[in-house]
Design a protein around this ligand. Structure first.
Ligand code: F6P
Length: 812
């Protein structure tokens, strides 16, 4: 019952059903009888048909037999009488002939006898011979296949037989038409012909004997035969029916028992076991049942979620048990909430940032402080004297500490070194990194300012500091200098290149040294970890333990580990707040003026050259070229949140995308149809959810991406299990989301084909893929990401404490 262990509920139900089914109650018997009628009714019908055909056939055959019989009998009678008749005729003794005839008809089956002369006249007849039957007619009837004559008393068989005799000299009796038995018996000589036989000439025809045989006995026999035949058929039918019913009943019981045994789970494993003795006729049923159980097992497992699901609560517990409830400080460039001033007053915005999407739920769970650049136009208006504000607005779960940057600092540190240097350096997306000395200086200074802010926010000497991303490569070592006991977890949200690519950075050593101030250094994938270890190996004098994935540098150890980032799985309340998929679709169709039957593909990204937006537009264009039937129906909506527009590289990229969009729309658009909708504005979370739920396809074609959370968010919104995800193989997420259609975005044809395949994918296949994707994202959620890092940090701290105690003992 291996399957039952896994889907106990289901199997219990099945077993209960099997156990509680009443064995052959009255109702069951009635049902069984009804089933048996299926055999019996056709059987009875066939038997009736057989009787219907067989009885007349039998009649015909017996009649033919009797006719043949009567003919033979007639011939026998005629032969027997022949000599006597011939003699009587020759002797001219009609009375004698009459007596002979009368004696002959005493046989109950011979109805009448008559003698016709060679000239066709009736010479002599018994009283029963119909006077109205002339010799010619009798002759004619006798030649027929069924020589029957209907008389008032019943039908008779007519037979005419030649009477041969020796002609003798002298007068021949001339028969009159006197009634039988009244003629004078003149035939006195008993055998005058015998004495002269030797000398007589060859026999000649003396007349024709007409015999009328009684047919009534045939009819009586025929009726008897008919009765026997019907009786036989009925009896046979009864026996067959009985055998059928008994065999069917036994088979049915056997089948039901076998099926019940299967329902109880017996024999379901039989194909896996040798020497199984399960009934072969049940094998297909067992196979179907096994397959269905596996499907249900999968569905059940998915519906249950992982055995120990990572939740906000579990993360909080972990923080208290393993990190003694120590303070958590997050550092990132982008802040989770931006206060902006517009005409209506101050509004709060959520930035388009994967980092914020992932880290914000963790902070809500852990409380603590988040240190970030205050970039909103109204940010200063809402903070307290310590530049702090409680967020999320209205919930006040944690503190947001804002750092103010001058435009020059922002230009050098953020736009310059981080986004013109580090970003292209790590993404290797065919955009040249730019390294300026001034940017580097600004980067160092800003890192120091953030590090100081972290130290200022720390309420103990060993806080847990979560450093986010490439903006703060130097910060871990800076914090370490001031808080040597701190547990510093640095997570690198973007890819890490190979040592050769990274080697072009003029300050590669400083960057590596800064990062190695971390206790734990996290990347999305093992591949990025490996690249980092090799880079350190190439450019620093450090001891690398590949087995434990640690780097010892200046007597400090750093664990380098992969922690695939994710999103918060939507809870019941969130699900309930979403409009239905149909409603979302209706709204999007109306808002964008799309055809009602549109096949809607969406892309949601920051307007960044690493996201492969150009490549996906090329794929859409190719799709419409290759499958023109999509023109008028296929619509691609690209949400592109403006980003880093101060940089020339980004501006020219965004202009290029606009031009390509226009070209495609001119080429394939028509009144009422625009194939590509480029929405180059910031979209709030709800609007993105609505778009995801409205879409048939979500396209993620990053040229290189650490993880990419857009694809995970799309999957999370599709509780209807519909929609297809197309995912770049160069996004870290492709390693987890194998049920997506994985593409190489540089290969336009492949991506266009994937679009077509997604647009024509059967509902059942979508369901299968989406259910599996959802179970992965649900299990590997953001709390697991943070939980694994914090658990590793907890173990690390415990080890450090033990080492310190050991040292104390040694000194003491
Ligand atoms: O991809 C890494 C990442 O840090 C994301 O988390 C974030 O979306 C982006 O880079 C930074 O964007 P921005 O420069 O707008 O903050």
């Amino acid at each position: 019952m291996y399957i039952c262990h896994n889907i106990q509920g289901l199997c219990n139900d099945l077993a209960l059903f099997a156990a509680t089914a009443v064995p052959f109650s009255a109702a069951t018997a009635l049902k069984t009888f009804r089933l048996q009628l299926r055999f019996l009714v056709p059987l009875v019908a066939v038997l009736i048909a057989a009787a219907y055909v067989a009885v007349p056939l039998m009649d015909q055959v017996t009649l033919r037999w009797f006719s043949r019989d009567l003919n033979n009998r007639g011939a026998l009678v005629a032969n027997t009488l022949s000599d006597s008749v011939a003699e009587a005729v020759m002797a001219g003794k009609p009375a004698r002939l009459q007596r002979l005839f009368d004696r002959t008809v005493q046989d109950e089956r011979l109805f009448a006898v008559a003698l016709c002369g060679t000239d066709g006249r009736l010479l002599q007849r018994t009283a029963s011979f119909p006077a109205t039957l002339p010799c010619a007619v009798a002759d004619e009837l006798a030649r027929q296949a069924e020589p029957r004559l209907a008389l008032t008393g019943g039908a008779v068989h007519v037979g005419v037989h030649d009477v041969m005799g020796q002609p003798v000299p002298g007068p021949v009796l001339q028969f009159g038409s006197a009634p039988a038995g009244t003629a004078d018996d003149a035939l006195t000589d008993p055998d005058p012909a015998a004495s002269v036989a030797e000398s007589l000439p060859s026999p000649v025809l003396m007349g024709r004997l007409v015999l009328l045989h009684d047919l009534s006995f045939i009819e009586r026999r025929s009726q008897d035969t008919r009765r026997y035949l019907i009786g036989l058929i009925a009896g046979l039918g009864l026996v067959i029916a009985l055998i059928t019913v008994v065999v069917a009943q036994l088979s049915w019981r056997g089948w039901v028992n076998g099926a019940r045994a299967l329902m109880r789970g017996e024999g379901l494993l039989s194909p896996l076991l040798s020497g199984s003795s399960s009934a072969p006729e049940l094998a297909p049923f067992a196979a179907d049942l096994r397959a269905r159980l596996r499907d249900m097992e999968d569905e059940f497992r998915r519906s249950q979620g992982p055995a120990m699901e990572w939740t906000a609560e579990r993360l909080r517990t972990l923080l208290h048990t393993q990190l003694s409830g120590d303070q958590v400080i997050v550092v990132s460039n982008r802040e989770p909430y931006i206060h902006e001033r517009n005409a209506e007053g101050i509004v709060v915005k959520r930035p388009a940032s994967g980092l914020v999407t992932a880290v914000e739920p963790v902070m809500r769970a852990c409380s603590g402080t988040w240190v970030a650049h205050g970039s909103g136009s109204a940010d200063r208006e809402v903070v307290d004297a310590g530049d702090r504000v409680l967020v999320p607005p209205g919930q006040d779960d944690y503190w947001l500490r804002r750092i103010w940057l001058t435009p020059e600092e922002e230009q050098g540190y953020y736009y310059g070194f981080a986004n013109e240097g580090m970003w292209p350096l790590c993404h290797v997306a065919h955009v040249r990194p730019v390294f300026r000395e001034s940017d580097w200086e600004a980067y160092k200074a800003v890192n120091q300012r953030f590090a100081d802010a972290v130290v200022a926010e720390a309420r103990s000497e060993d806080p847990v500091v979560l450093v986010q991303d490439y903006h703060f490569a130097l910060l871990p070592a800076m914090v370490r200098d001031q808080l040597p006991q701190a547990t510093i977890l640095t997570f690198w949200h973007i890819p890490w290149p190979n040592p050769e690519s990274f080697g072009i950075c003029p300050w590669r050593r400083e960057i590596l040294e800064g990062m190695l101030g971390s206790t734990i250094l996290g990347f999305h994938t093992r591949f990025h970890c490996k690249n980092f270890l090799e880079t350190v190996d190439r450019y620093l004098e450090a001891r690398i333990e590949h087995e434990h994935s640690t780097i010892a540098f200046r007597e400090k150890e750093t664990l380098v580990e992969s922690y695939p980032i994710s999103i918060e799985w939507p809870g019941e309340a969130t699900l309930a707040s979403w409009p239905s998929v149909a409603e979302c679709r209706q709204r999007v169709i109306q808002r964008l003026g799309l055809p009602a039957d549109a096949c809607l593909a969406v892309g949601v990204d920051r307007f960044d050259y690493t996201k492969g937006i150009l490549e996906r537009l090329n794929a859409v264009e190719r799709l419409l070229e290759k499958w023109p039937e999509w023109i008028g129906r296929f619509v691609f909506v690209q949400v592109a949140a403006p980003t880093r527009t101060a940089l020339e590289e980004y501006r020219s990229f965004q202009e290029r995308i606009l031009r390509v969009t226009e070209r495609i729309n001119q080429r394939f658009g028509r009144p009422g149809y625009q194939p590509v909708h480029l929405l180059a504005t910031h979209h709030e979370h709800d609007a993105v959810t609505e778009l995801f739920r409205a879409a048939d396809i979500c396209v993620v074609t990053s040229l290189h991406d650490g993880m990419n959370l857009v694809c995970k968010e799309f999957v999370a919104t599709r509780d209807d299990l519909q929609g297809v995800l197309i995912l770049s193989r160069f996004a870290g997420a492709a390693r987890e989301l194998a049920e997506a259609l994985i593409v190489n975005p540089y290969h336009v044809e492949e991506t266009a084909d994937a679009l077509h395949r997604a647009a024509t994918m059967p509902v059942a296949e979508q369901r299968e893929r989406m259910a599996s994707l959802r179970s992965t994202v649900r299990e590997f959620n953001v709390f697991r990401w943070a939980g694994r890092m914090l658990a590793d940090a907890g173990r690390w701290r415990l080890r450090a404490r033990i080492e310190a105690r050991v040292k104390r003992h040694q000194i003491g």
